[in-house]
Structures are given as C-alpha cells and as structure tokens.
Design a protein around this ligand. Sequence first.
Ligand code: ADP
Length: 614
Amino acid sequence: MKLYAKIILLLLALISVAFWANIHFSRKAVAAAMSGQIGDAAEGAAAHMSEDLRSALVSGSEMKALKALQAYMQRTGALYCGLLAPDGTVLAHTNVAITGARLNDPLFLRARETRAMAWDRIVFNGQPILDAVIPVQPKNSSGEDLMFVGLEGNKPSPGFLRAGLPLTPASKAEGQIQYHLLLIGLAVAVIAVILGAFSAHVILRQVNLLAEGIRKVRGGHFGVTVPVVSSDELGEAALSFNKLCQDLSDTTVSRDYLDSVLESLPDPLLITDEEGWIIKSNRAASEFSGYELSGPEKINMKDILEQHTDGAGEPFALLSWSGRISELDLWVKAKDGRRLPAMLSAVFIGSEGHRQIVSLLKDTTRHREAEARMSQYIKDLAAVNSELDAFAHTVSHDLKEPLRGIEMFSGMLLSDHAAPLEPQAADYLGRIARAAGRMRKLIDDLLSYSRISRIRNPYETASTRQLAGQAVSELAAMIDERKAEVAVSDSLPEIYCDPVKLRQVFHNLVTNAMKYNDRPAPKVTVSAEKFGEYYWKFSVADNGIGIPAQYFEEIFTMFKRLHARGEYGGGTGAGLAIVRKIIEEHNGKIWVESAEGEGSTFFFLLPEDLRRKP
Ligand code: ADP
C-alpha cells in the first residue's frame, strides 16, 4: 500500500477512535445528568408528599396508599409507582398484581443501605425509564434533614416509594446532542483528511522525487539529479543521493554508454541467461538472424543455432563444460529459413547463480566463399602443376634420345675419325659433345625435379638421424677428398616422412656445404631442435664461402647458380630447388642464413607427424 494511503488511513483511524470516545463519554455524561435531574424532581415530589405517603405507610391501608400513589403519579407523570415497607414488602402498587410481594432487588437494597434515593435506567414496555427507589422521610424530618438524609442514614425510614419515571424528554435531548456531536465529528474528520492529504503530499513530494531518481539509476542512467524541495532530513537524503549519482556516473559505465557500444558493434552480439533465453542483443544480431530479438517475444538462442554434424558438440554444453567457447563453427538458422555459416565465441559473466552468457557471432559467409574459392584454386594449381610435371617428364625423356645420339656420334667422330679432321673442326666437335653432355645433365636434373611430385614413396616414421647418416656415408669419397668433418647430431628425431626423399635433402645440403667451401678442412654440422608442439627445426651449417643476402631466396629456384659453370665443381642449379620441393611436399619450409666468407646455415621446419593438424 502506498505511504500516502497509509497516512490517510492512520488519520482516519485516529479520528474514528477520538470520535467514538467523544460520543460515548458525552452520551454517558448527558444521560447521567438528565437522569439525575429527573430523579431529583421525583425525589422533590416525594418530599412534598411525604406526609401522605408516610401516613399511608404507617396506617398500612392499601387504599390510602393507592390514593397517595395516584397523586404522586399525577404530579410526576410516573408510569408506575408503589409503596414498600422497610423490608421491601409491597404495601400498594399501581400494578396490583405485585402487592404483598417482597422486592429485595439490588436497587432496593442499595437505597435501604444508603437511606438515599437510588435509581437505574431500565427499559419498560419498550421505553427507557428511570426506576427510582426513594426513602419516605420520618415524621420529624425537617427540610434540612431531608438534605442530609443520605449522609445521616441512621434515622429509620417508614418505607420507600418506588417509581418508574419516563425519560422521554431526556432521550430527546440526548439524541439532539448526539446528532450535533456527529455533525461536528464528521466535519472534523473531513478537515483532518484534507489536512492529512495535504501534509502527506508535502512530505511525500521529496520521497516521490527520490523514488523517481532511484528508478532511473536502476534503469542504468547514473547521471541523475533529484530536485531538493525540502530542507529536512528528506532533503538531506536527496542531497546525498545526488552526490552518490555523481560519483556513480564518474566511476561507472552507464547503460546508455554500454548500449551505444553494443549497437556500434558490426558483429552480432547476444546476452542470454544460462538457459539460453536472449536478454539483450544488438542490431547486427537482429539483422543477421532476421528475428526481432529485442521485441516482446522471448527467443532462445539454442533454437537459432545449429551445430555442424562434424562439430565439437552442442555449443551450450560445450560452454558449461569448458567455461568459454572460442570461434566454434556452426550454422545460424535465419528466420527466412536460410542456414548462415557463423563462428561463435562465448563466455560467462556475472557470479554463480546470476550468470549470463555473452555470445559473439561472426558471419563467415564471405570467409567460407573465399575458402571454397581458394581450395578450387589449389585444386586447379595442382592439376596444372602435375600436367607441367608430366610435360617436363615427357619432354625430357624425348629430348634425351636425340641428345644421346649427338653425344654418341660426336664421341665416335672424335675417337675414330679424329685424324682427317681439321683441328678447328675437332675443337667444334668437342664443344658439341660437351654441350650435349651438359644438356643431358640438365635434362636429368629436370627429370629428378619432376619425379619428386610424380613419384609417391610410402610415408613412414623414420629416424632422420639414420637418413642423414646414410647420406653422409654416400658422400664418403667426397668427404675424404675434401678432408671434411661432417657431424650429425644425436638430437635428430624420428618423424613421419618419405624417407627416400628426405635422405636426398640431407644429401644435397651436405654436398653443397662441402662444395661451396674453400677451406682446407670444411666443417659441416647437421642438427635439429623442437620448434613448438608440432615442428622440428633442422639445420645444416657449414664454414664455407657464404651467400650474399640478396640471393637468399633466388638460390632455391630451378637452375639458379651463383657461379661460373666450372667453378666449385660445376652443377646445374637444381639441387636446392629439389630440396625445397621435397620440404614443401612435407608441409615444411626452408630458408638460409649466411654471412659471406664465414659460412651458411640452411634451416628447414618439418612437422613431427603431418597427419596431425597444428
Ligand atoms: P648447384 O650446386 O648445382 O649449383 P644448387 O641448387 O645446389 O645448385 O645451388 C644453387 C646455388 O646456391 C649454388 O650455385 C651456390 O652458388 C649456392 N649455394 C648452395 N649451397 C651453398 C652453400 N652451402 N654455400 C654457399 N653457396 C651455396
């Protein structure tokens, strides 16, 4: 119930009690006064007729007594009256039926006890009357004696007069007095209610303003100022409230501010309770899903999300289990029936029992389209690559045939028919033979290069330490000749790979490390270390001539050499291109670090087990 109503009700209750007490006690006082007056008149009349009454009593004659009683009734208008002997025996009564009876009722005993008039208000024949017992004075009593008869009380009385005196005029007066009291009471009540309502309004104005302010703060608007309209304790409360709001708005982020941040987010954001019922969302969420999420209809987020069949389980179960979801791929079921790809990240906020879930969705439609395009490109590229490889292979193969003929016949000419040849012609022929030889080497390398992607050896878990060791053994003659020192570290791991191709990687890199080295005793170190959870980082380091920084990338392209044909043991420039192709086929990466004149280190990353995803 409102305070206002409570104050009015309290006032009304107080007024009613006061009003009732006023009427009750006034009525009692008026009744007593009126009854007293009537009693006094009756007593006066009895005193006036005391001679007749006494002689009737003393004579014991009923007729005489009745006569006196008739006279008394005429004088006082009594409804009944009788004369009683001192012991209460009725000598005569206007109701002759009770003549001779003894009336020892409390009223009579009281009068006899006090020797003074006693009366009670009773209802007689449906009408209020005064039932009075009046002692009849003894003979020698004077007027003064009558006045003190009640006090003296020891003079024997010859008897008592008992009369029923009508109270009609008194009742009328009482009624009128009550009526006026009622009117006054009503007027007072109306005035009190009006005054009460007014003062309650004045008192409650400040309270209402404070209540309004508190409502605003609860709604998240902290910069509230309540008008101070009273200078009492309530006014002080309003001042304190304003100060509090000021402090709050200085230190707390307001709901308006938060709302504008949420609305400005380009991605859908939804806040739900723990069951998934949406409590708050931004415009992007409504636009994305097509649902009126901030409308009156309650929507459960679980109803608009659909997990991928190959996904990691129901998002909300996942959230309860792990406490957060990060970039979970799923579908959003839009209102128009479309299934939109999205990525869900979600966390709990709030404390136990009052937790809410903040979910951020990312529209991945474009991402997925790009992914699909990319995988198509990759497929196309792979197809083109394998076509190219096949082409290179065929061309190389076909080219080798005539080349072998040129080599063979120029060799035969030089060995079997050298004499008739002019020296100039012999020189040309020699050059043709060397060029053909070189071309054969180039074609061989091209074939090995194309073979890498065409030939798929079985993958297995192999010890790279052994593979490097085998490559070094194959190079024993060169190591001997160059007086080189090649160390293979024990740290080289077992990995899941194509062992044949990987051995070739070590072979090519260790060969180059000794080849491009003009020190009398080249030093080569092959080692490896763990690189994150997924990769191993291998290195082949030498103390050779080094590589200028601008060629760090170029040296890995096919047929790229940095030196003249005959220098550093010759070569076609295919070795590093082959190495890179093998590493990339294993989902790895290769690069070089080098300082000219000091040496080079070739690094390559290889997954420990490329069947696992990083
Ligand atoms: P090739 O050895 O047949 O010339 P590679 O592809 O193996 O072809 O090497 C390409 C070029 O990279 C080489 O010509 C050489 O100049 C340079 N190179 C490769 N390895 C080293 C190394 N360890 N130190 C210095 N230079 C190197």
